[in-house]
Design a protein around this ligand. Structure first.
Ligand code: DLL
Length: 450
């Protein structure tokens, strides 16, 4: 790992928007967290019947919480709670007192709806601005925002954070990719905000247009909203000529800006003055020690409209609280490898799509676009990988490329797969979150694996 001096961080607070808070000694950070946790519990207990009923059932009143260790006594909240109390049942404020609503697309069943007071929006803008600065964005930078605007939190979340920082926002949203390329060049954007898969689609269109984004003003990419592998980071950096930074968040907690990488890029700093992070064993709910992989659980500490108690994100990661070379004291959430619900169990082996991505991306002759097709054959689940040849590779060589992928997936992940390599452009390109898995199993079977 590079030292802070090698990274040019001689002044540790250089890229910090809130240096006092970002470097707060742990004891003071924890004292602040306890005070805010108690206030959050009071808010949730007084205004959200579901939380009150669950706290009562667990025999805990807000005043019983006297140390952060008491957190483990609190009940979990899940996505299904939001769905079951659709649309506003978990809100701690009347709708008329809110300033904005966002919602997930809800491909399965009801969407999940989240609400913000004016103060919640100001906090979100602050934390997003802090994240942008943490990644190296500065006042006056032109920031090309290709996250989707609308009910998705990506577009508006990045937008108001960038404005708060003093960056110059280009509110592009997703789509019209040729136009995106042109405007990135013409407006001399230094920062690109997009999902990693869409960043790659932008790179591809630029190459087709004969425009070289590596010679553009782009220096930083703020990429998140979907899992992406280290191999994908290398690919994107090479094709776009920028430094790719991982940013994490989820609507139920706030939106983008819950955590973000710093210059060291050894995990994403989770903003602990406003959130409590835990890792649990998904099957038992037991809290795991730092460093162990499990499901990330987040408690909000300052949200008014939608306080969340121990929200089970379904995201699989690890926590590190050892000091970071950048000088920030806030915990680091390591790269999210995938979601519990996206995990495939293939003949007893647990596999995340991002593991297959790590094998495919950067493999000679293979383009960084793929889909996994899950089918039921007899009583067994079967996964086929659809990959794409790089332009210019003769069709006669595709079967050999496929064979190479089969071999590497078997030796690196331990599963047998069927691989089809197709021609350039055959895999659909994303404009937001990429769809990596096509599940063709009968409806009642789908999910049996999850
Ligand atoms: O995706 C918020 C966001 C927008 C984050 C833009 C970053 C940038 P949701 O649509 O509610 O919110 O989806 C949240 O996306 O639980 C993860 O499964 C996944 N996710 C988000 N960021 C990352 C990341 C936004 N950096 C869900 N790495 C989360 C891996 C991520 N997965």
């Amino acid at each position: 790992m590079l030292s802070s001096a090698e990274l040019g961080l001689a002044a540790p607070t250089r890229s910090m928007l809130h240096p006092d808070v970002e470097t707060l000694p742990r004891e003071r950070l924890e004292a602040l967290q306890l005070e805010r946790l108690r206030a959050t519990l009071k808010n949730a207990y007084a205004h959200v019947p579901l939380h009150r009923a669950r706290l009562d059932a667990a025999g805990i009143a807000p005043d019983d919480v006297r140390s952060l260790d008491d957190l483990q006594r609190l009940p979990f909240t899940q996505k299904t709670d939001l769905r079951d109390h659709y649309p506003f049942g978990l809100f701690a404020r009347p709708v008329a007192q809110l300033s904005r609503l966002h919602a997930s697309s809800g491909t399965t069943g009801r969407p999940t709806v989240v609400g913000y007071t004016r103060r919640d929006l100001a906090l979100w803008a602050d934390l997003m601005a802090r994240s942008l600065a943490c990644a190296g964005t500065r006042r006056g930078d032109v920031l090309h925002n290709a996250y989707g605007y609308g009910l998705f939190t990506g577009g508006l979340g990045a937008h108001y954070g960038a404005e708060r920082l003093g960056a110059v926002v280009v509110p592009m949203s997703g789509g019209s990719t040729e136009r995106q390329v042109q405007l990135i060049m013409d407006f001399r954007a230094r920062v690109l905000c997009a999902t990693p898969s869409y960043a790659l689609a932008i790179a591809e269109v630029a190459e087709k247009l004969g425009l070289d984004l590596r010679s553009s003003a782009l220096e930083i990419g703020m990429f998140g909203a979907e899992p992406w592998s280290a191999a994908m980071r290398v690919e994107i950096e090479q094709r776009l000529g920028l430094r790719a930074v991982d940013i994490y968040g989820l609507s139920e907690i706030m939106g983008p800006g819950v955590a973000c990488e710093c210059a060291v890029r050894n995990g994403l700093h989770g903003w602990e003055d406003h959130f409590l992070f835990e890792i649990i064993e998904p099957e038992t709910g037991r809290v795991l020690p730092d460093g162990e992989a499990g499901e990330l659980v987040i408690t909000t500490l300052s949200k008014e409209a939608l306080p969340m108690l121990r929200y089970r994100t379904r995201d699989i990661t690890r926590l590190a609280r050892t000091p970071c070379d950048c000088g920030r004291t806030h915990a680091r959430i390591l790269r999210v490898t995938g979601r519990n619900d996206d995990m495939l169990i293939i003949r007893g082996v647990n596999v995340y799509p991002s593991q297959i991505e790590a094998v495919l991306v950067g493999r000679p002759g293979i383009a960084p676009h793929y889909q996994l097709v899950v089918e039921r054959r007899g009583s067994l689940d079967h996964v086929a990988i659809e990959a794409e040849a790089l332009p210019g590779i003769p069709e006669a060589q595709w079967p050999a490329l496929a064979h190479d992928v089969v071999h590497h997936v078997k030796s690196l992940i331990g599963i047998s797969t069927e691989v089809a390599v197709r021609g350039p452009g055959c895999i659909p390109r994303s404009q937001g979150k990429a769809v990596r898995v096509r599940d063709l199993r009968p409806k009642e079977d789908a999910g049996a694996l999850k």
